[in-house]
Design a protein around this ligand. Structure first.
Ligand SMILES: CC(C)(COP(=O)(O)OP(=O)(O)OC[C@H]1O[C@@H](n2cnc3c(N)ncnc32)[C@H](O)[C@@H]1OP(=O)(O)O)[C@@H](O)C(=O)NCCC(=O)NCCS
Length: 149
């Protein structure tokens, strides 16, 4: 069984390993461990980890930050062997709950996703994110989306 919990600094190594080994998102290359550590510390309510309950092992995570003006989804990742079980959806839902209930008051959350990533797009849409249909259909590249809280 997997449960969702707040991210802690001890999860940083999982995040670093996953984003460099497995991530297909190539617009994250400038982020280093000190920046990731800072965002974990500054956004405790919107950074979540999916953990295998029996072992405590992380199997997925979401990083979301509140700039005070806008909220931004930074990363969403689920280990391949745990995919298509609803964990990505749950991580997103818990992160958005953090934005709604505890963050600094941003009213719009922005996301970026590759047009050829149907499972990520599905999760964003299931959680209410709005896509521009023209961008979505015609540009097989990174497309923006947003959610108003
Ligand atoms: C995107 C990612 C986080 C999804 O995690 P996940 O735990 O498998 O997601 P979920 O199981 O909650 O939901 C996936 C949904 O997409 C659907 N899906 C999966 N592959 C699909 C496809 N090729 N076409 C359409 N839908 C698809 C699943 O059926 C599921 O929908 P359902 O809830 O109606 O059954 C995971 O694939 C991942 O880590 N990918 C690599 C990193 C990445 O791309 N991150 C997103 C950056 S924006």
């Amino acid at each position: 069984m997997v449960h969702i919990e707040d991210m802690k600094i001890c999860h940083l190594s999982f995040i670093l390993q996953r984003r460099f080994d497995n991530f297909t998102i190539d617009f994250l290359e400038w982020e280093d461990s000190s920046m990731l550590k800072k965002t974990i510390e500054q956004n405790p309510h919107t950074n979540k980890v999916a953990v295998e309950s029996s072992t405590g092992r992380p199997v997925g995570y979401i990083l979301g930050g509140d700039t005070g003006l806008r909220g931004v989804l930074h990363h969403l990742f689920v280990s391949p062997e745990y995919r298509s079980a609803g964990i990505g959806y749950l991580l997103m839902a818990e992160c958005l709950k953090g934005f709604r209930e505890n963050a600094w008051g941003a009213r719009r959350i922005l996301g970026l996703v590759y047009g050829n990533n149907p499972s990520a797009i599905k999760i964003l849409k299931q959680n209410g994110f709005i896509f521009n249909p023209i961008l979505e259909q015609n540009f097989p590249c990174v497309i923006p989306c947003y959610l108003d809280l």
